[in-house]
Design a protein around this ligand. Structure first.
Ligand SMILES: NC(=O)c1ccc[n+]([C@@H]2O[C@H](COP(=O)([O-])OP(=O)(O)OC[C@H]3O[C@@H](n4cnc5c(N)ncnc54)[C@H](OP(=O)(O)O)[C@@H]3O)[C@@H](O)[C@H]2O)c1
Length: 211
């Protein structure tokens, strides 16, 4: 039985980004507007948090005890070919996209009520790398492994999943690549609803998982 019988409060970290803004659109459209109260958070909002600053993550969850669901659609990692992959290049993804999201998940899982969920973001480069993606693929794979494992230790009736998007069409267009080979951000954003609303736990959510 869920503790959540009022309007559920959803924190979307990265709410102004390509994916995050579409997640917020889904959560605030139609009948979902009656079910969810959305708090969009970035490192420029107030309240906000910086994925790269663990103290800001801890402070946010200390100050926001009524949160039911947390979605993270943020986190940086560095693309670069072999010669560009020095320690600093790897460190960007480890500090931001990996440990930023791990720290959010751990803080959230400690405070969410029964029925609550955490949804993180990795990416398909862990499964289908391209040249120059090693530092990103490393982080994506680590996030997928983390979610599968922490699901075994998470407090009862709190779920944790990770959405693993393919290339977003809009991102490809910005890079001068054919957007037709990508997935629209709005379609990717639906995967976060699947994770939040379904009963998935410890899953890497892709278009194939979501069906
Ligand atoms: N786009 C793609 O093709 C694609 C594909 C697979 C996976 N992904 C992953 O999906 C996630 C989101 O990608 P996106 O393309 O939507 O990114 P985006 O458009 O660049 O948006 C990033 C969001 O995160 C916020 N943010 C940036 N730095 C932050 C920090 N240190 N702490 C808290 N919030 C921060 C940004 O807001 P502020 O700058 O205002 O803080 C913004 O709201 C990333 O992890 C990315 O690796 C993206």
């Amino acid at each position: 039985m869920s503790d959540i019988d009022r309007k559920s409060k959803v924190v979307v970290i990265g709410s102004t980004g390509l994916i995050g803004a579409q997640v917020v659109r889904w959560l605030t459209a139609g009948a979902r507007a009656e079910r969810y109260q959305v708090l969009g958070v970035t490192h420029q909002t107030s309240p906000g948090l910086d994925l790269e600053a663990p103290a800001s993550i801890a402070a946010f969850f200390d100050a926001h005890r009524g949160v039911d669901h947390v979605i993270v659609a943020a986190g940086a990692a560095r693309f670069g070919g072999f010669d560009a992959l020095d320690a600093g290049a790897f460190e960007v993804g480890l500090r931001s996209k990996l440990m930023g999201q791990v720290n959010v998940a751990m803080a959230a899982l400690r405070t969410l009520p029964r029925g609550g969920s955490v949804t993180l973001t990795s990416g398909e480069l862990s499964r289908a790398p391209i040249p120059g993606s090693a530092a990103v693929a490393l982080v994506n794979g680590a996030l997928d492994s983390f979610v599968r494992a922490i699901a075994l230790d998470a407090p009862a009736e709190r779920r944790v999943n990770v959405v693993s998007p393919g290339w977003i069409s809009e991102t490809r267009a910005r890079m001068g690549l054919d957007p037709g080979h990508g997935v629209p951000a709005r379609d990717v954003a639906r995967l976060y609803l699947t994770a939040l609303e379904g009963d998935l736990h410890g899953q890497v959510v892709t278009a194939a998982t979501a069906g």
